[in-house]
Design a protein around this ligand. Structure first.
Ligand SMILES: NC(=O)c1ccc[n+]([C@@H]2O[C@H](COP(=O)([O-])OP(=O)(O)OC[C@H]3O[C@@H](n4cnc5c(N)ncnc54)[C@H](O)[C@@H]3O)[C@@H](O)[C@H]2O)c1
Length: 287
């Protein structure tokens, strides 16, 4: 694993930060890219002492990049290739909440900004990673951060939700295109994960988070980073075009009508079988 190199965008906070730490711990060389230069550079300094250079080359480098700008993304991809002597993986993770509010009040500028960061950023990261992967000629790996908001309504602002849905289908479409070259493209869709993004502007959200999903406890950035590490590794060799939802069972609950209407009170404390309209008798016993 020593000489594998990865570019991780949105590295200065939350999920991207956890991914940098996980990949560094696993022996990768990491180029950490973020819009926020002061936070990103401070972290890179910490990581440089925790993960010192090997073979005369640093293990970590920070690059200031706006993922919505092609020149920035191209330079970040090139930096990762230079650091490792080759490029193995790009993680398109940078994100913002973007436009919010009633649909009839949202400005075109805010809509475009949201799509530029969330969707154009993934397009540019993929485009420039693929140029390098094709030149290397031995495959590659792209991981995009989606969201449960890209799968259903009701999990985020409408523009964010639409941009994340676009990311998920862009992942599938590019996976098909690139499979013959052994370039794998997958996405990870977090549920509610404790990061500055999910906590911003919401009152007491930290305290409420533990109860959001069926799984006890809170979604943490490393829950997502661990799945990214798996997707980048040899164990995921035959996985492409996949979206892995990491949400503690939140989406599995679907409409959760039982929770909302409290179930059928007459059936509480009973166990048995309902044989429907078959004419056969139902059976039950008290617990
Ligand atoms: N936290 C959650 O609950 C959650 C849920 C679903 C999906 N996500 C997604 O996970 C990803 C990471 O989010 P997070 O929760 O870690 O948020 P975060 O705010 O903690 O980190 C996001 C990072 O992206 C950077 N960034 C923003 N715009 C950028 C740009 N134009 N160019 C480069 N960097 C930029 C920020 O500076 C920040 O460091 C995002 O794509 C987000 O949509 C998060």
């Amino acid at each position: 694993m020593q000489d594998r190199s990865v570019l991780i965008t949105g590295s200065a906070s939350g999920i991207g930060r956890a991914a940098c730490e996980r990949f560094l711990s696993a022996g990768w060389r990491v180029v950490a890219a973020d819009y926020n230069a002061s936070a990103g550079e401070a972290l890179a300094r910490e990581w440089s002492s925790a993960f010192p250079a090997t073979d005369g080359r640093p293990r970590i480098r920070f690059v200031r990049a706006d993922v919505s700008l092609e020149a920035d993304v191209e330079a970040a991809v090139a930096a990762a290739r230079e650091l490792g002597g080759r490029l193995d993986c790009v993680i398109n993770n940078a994100g913002v909440g973007g436009a919010f509010g009633p649909i009839d009040e949202i400005s075109v500028a805010d809509f475009d900004y949201t799509f530029a960061v969330l969707m154009r950023g993934v397009f540019l990261g993929t485009k420039h990673a693929v140029r390098v992967f094709k030149a290397q000629g031995d495959g590659g790996c792209i991981i995009n951060t989606g969201s449960i908001a890209g799968i259903s309504g009701g999990s985020g602002p409408q523009t964010y939700s639409a941009a994340k849905a676009a990311v998920l289908n862009f992942t599938r479409a590019t996976a098909l295109e690139l499979a013959p070259r052994r370039i794998r493209v997958n996405s990870v869709s977090p549920g509610v994960i404790r990061t500055p993004l999910s906590e911003s502007g919401k009152q007491d959200v930290g305290a409420a988070m533990a109860g959001f999903q069926p799984w006890p406890g809170t979604g943490e950035p490393d829950h997502i980073a661990r799945v990214m590490e798996f997707l980048a590794g040899d164990g995921a060799e035959f996985i492409t075009g996949e979206n892995i939802v990491v949400d503690g069972g939140l989406l599995a609950g679907g409409a959760r009508l039982d929770d909302r209407i409290g179930g059928n009170p007459a059936m509480r404390n009973l166990v048995g079988v309902n044989r429907g309209s078959t004419g056969e008798r139902h059976a039950w016993r008290k617990l």
